[in-house]
Design a protein around this ligand. Structure first.
Ligand SMILES: [Zn+2]
Ligand SMILES: [Zn+2]
Length: 347
């Protein structure tokens, strides 16, 4: 029995409880199992990230032999509420699965040259540009792309034109002082309801534009035309977390992905595999569709903290699961070849 099964049992139990401390403890336990780096099957001591209030329950579930036995324990312990949220939790990798997929793959995180799509205090991250750049440097990144939000509808903390200019000077200053990790300025730009971008065309040529949807995600209507319009916008380098799904929260936008991916391939727009554990967007089934459509890919950690930079390994695991070859992933490209991937000024 895997951590994914164990965590799902705990999520179901949490859902079956009314709001309150018991439910919260079960939820924390579920996430602790789901985020644990190694499979817990067979271990004697459960990790101390599991809250004490939930330890007895986790122990009962952990002792269950096999999925049927686990389901029986969950049914026996379930509270009064009907659990129905499993659909928004399926199709995600647990941390332990990420480790196992990478251990069996030829795609090696140590061969990644570029760290991409991370945030700083200039938008909703917690680190300064300097702190994030140093963390990328420590991880051995040859190039690193910051991608703070622009100040659109979706992000009040985003950069305005002045903020973009200030950050550009900070990026240039870093690049004058360091020759091991080259910083690239990107921007995570909102795709508005009609598919236009919240960054004027004139401002796009100096940054790597990573376009993303953060609004209108709950709508049931098909949003193919919104995404196609965004892909037609000049100066888009990559389409970030294309679905906008969030673990245990929402499935993301509905679209005809074959059509969207064909348009991305034709426009030369990279598709992002966002490795932030709660996003995992695209996931392996859609990466396969995009690969068949001829797309190239960007692996992103979407780090909001230096510690999150490791989430590019989640993205790499998804790539490995989908059978993506390294030469279709920009993060394996050395700095001097970035111009071939549409990133200027790499000299
Ligand atoms: Zn985003
Ligand atoms: Zn982001």
């Amino acid at each position: 029995m895997t951590n994914a099964h164990l965590a799902e049992g705990l999520f179901k139990l949490a859902e079956s409880q009314p709001p309150g401390e018991e439910r919260l403890a079960l939820l924390r336990a579920a996430y602790a199992v789901w985020d644990h780096p190694r499979e817990l099957a067979g271990v004697r001591r459960l990790p101390d990230t599991i809250p004490l209030e939930a330890l007895a329950t986790v122990t009962l579930l952990h002792r269950a032999r096999g999925e049927d036995a686990l389901a029986a324990v969950v049914a026996r312990l379930a509270g009064p509420r009907r659990a129905g949220g499993a659909a928004t939790r399926s199709g995600f990798l647990s941390a332990a699965q990420v480790g196992e997929i990478l251990a069996a793959s030829t795609l090696d995180p140590r061969h990644l040259r570029g760290a991409a799509h991370f945030h700083t205090r200039a938008s909703d991250g917690v680190g300064t540009l300097e702190a994030m750049a140093r963390a990328c440097q420590r991880r051995g990144a040859e190039w690193a792309m910051v991608a703070d939000h622009t100040r659109g509808l979706a992000c009040v903390n985003g950069l305005d034109a002045e903020g973009v200019a200030i950050q550009r000077r900070a990026v240039a200053q870093w690049n004058r002082r360091h020759d091991d990790t080259w910083l690239v300025q990107g921007l995570e730009v909102e795709i508005l309801a009609d598919g236009s971008l919240d960054l004027p065309r004139s401002a796009r040529h100096e940054v790597a534009v990573i376009a993303a949807v953060h609004t209108g995600l709950e709508e049931s209507r098909d949003q193919t035309s919104r995404l196609l319009r965004a892909l037609e916008e000049p100066g888009v380098w990559a389409l970030a977390h294309p679905r906008g799904r969030l673990f245990a929260r929402r499935g993301g936008v509905r679209a005809n992905w074959e059509v969207v991916f064909a348009a991305a391939a034709a426009a030369g727009v990279l598709l992002e595999i966002n490795g932030f554990p709660r996003r995992q967007d695209l996931d392996a089934p859609l990466v396969k569709v995009a690969l068949a459509a001829g797309c190239d890919f960007l692996l992103a950690s979407d780090a909001h903290h230096p510690r999150h930079l490791a989430y590019d390994e989640w993205a790499l695991a998804i790539a490995a699961q989908a059978g993506l070859p390294a030469d279709r992933i920009v993060n394996f490209a050395p700095r001097h070849r970035l111009a071939e991937w549409g990133i200027g000024g790499a000299g």
